[in-house]
Design a protein around this ligand. Sequence first.
Ligand SMILES: *Cc1c(COP(=O)(O)O)cnc(C)c1O
Length: 451
Amino acid sequence: MAAYTELLRNQADLLRQGLADLRAEDTELAGILDAEVTRQHRTLSLVSSSCAANPRILAASASALVNVTAEGAPGKRHQVGCENVDLVESLAIRRARELFGAQYASVQSHSASNANYQVLAALLEPGDTILGMALDHGGHLTHGSPVAFTGTHYKAIRYGTTSQGVIDYAEVRHLALAHRPRIIICGATAYSRVVDFQRFRAIADEAGAILLADISYIAGLVATGRHPSPIDVAHVTTACTHKQLAGPRGGLILSGRDADTKVPGLRGSFSRVLERAVFPRMQGSPAVNMIAAKAAALGYAMSPEFDAYMGRIRSTADAMASAFMAQDYEVVGGGTENHTILLRLRGGISGSIAASALERCGIMVSKNRALGETRSSFVANGLCIGTGSIAQRYIDPVGCREVVDLVCRILDKVTPLSEQKYCLEPELQEQFRLQTEALCAMYPIADYRGN
Ligand SMILES: *Cc1c(COP(=O)(O)O)cnc(C)c1O
């Protein structure tokens, strides 16, 4: 035991000492953590949900708030010693409401999946009917997929997209009127079009359903007015803080105009029912350190820098979509209205092969089932590409064309042997990897440069 001569009095002292101790006394873990920073610097992420939380947010998530148990809400805790926790949670709530123009905000959900489960569990009985977007059309597991809790616990009906990759609103209405779901879920995870929340609400009203909008993948575009907001349109909105908001892993539950509306069939308004949805129904004490990091992220999301970041997310997405089309790749729907590009692969290369080959060359991308694919999502026939990280590296439209060119050259050199096996010459792979590293060095992650 080292002889300490002074107290670690504040957050900075703790972090400094913690990092020094990790390096000195747990080299195995410290080495892995450092390797991950290096990996993020040296690889190019085209994963649609990816972004880098800035060091301020990382520091907030590593605060001493982790030591506090705080069941309940600010001012109404089951434990003592919560005065700073209350301030932090109140700050996060205030910022979430301000950023999204919401009347009600809950910041305790550990993730967006949890937030969705919490909302559904609060508003529905087991076995109730839910209507959500099918996973293979771009929906999320928590929207009623047969392999998820939402698909087994509820009677899940699924809608999809047209061949142009646009939500089939006529099908949504038809299914809603035929099955009378208690809740309709909109908001996708691999979708490149604007979601027409008004149209969803009109359908929900006609069918007597509650509307839940999950904006996890477009929260930053919504917050900066680049995508219509569902806050006053849907009854309830959920989001995560770690995709477009570039914050810590976590979920948000929001409600706007309908916060005070009575929930059909239940006692109390949406905000009253939602207030009990997280604690005590589904979670114990929140991760208060992560709530601090959410507060930091929500503060950042209100800054001019974040607005500019979202501007770059959009402009680079258009540039990448055009560049892929110029290389004769099919972009579903012929372009994008958000940060996502859905690419159909060619030449017998499956999504699984493309993602693996690109990863070996330092480019991270997610496979995705483009419309009409019948093979499993482990194989897939397409890619889902997003510009969250590209925009954080300030890669301009010219750089975007270079990135697309590199991706296409790699895929051209891949020889598929089966659905998942392929051949890519090791020397070529190494050349491509060095080219990726050179691009990464030319366009460093802006927030990960010190001063
Ligand atoms: C990513 C995503 C989620 C899940 O988020 P987690 O916080 O990782 O649980 C939920 N809904 C949608 C639409 C998503 O894109």
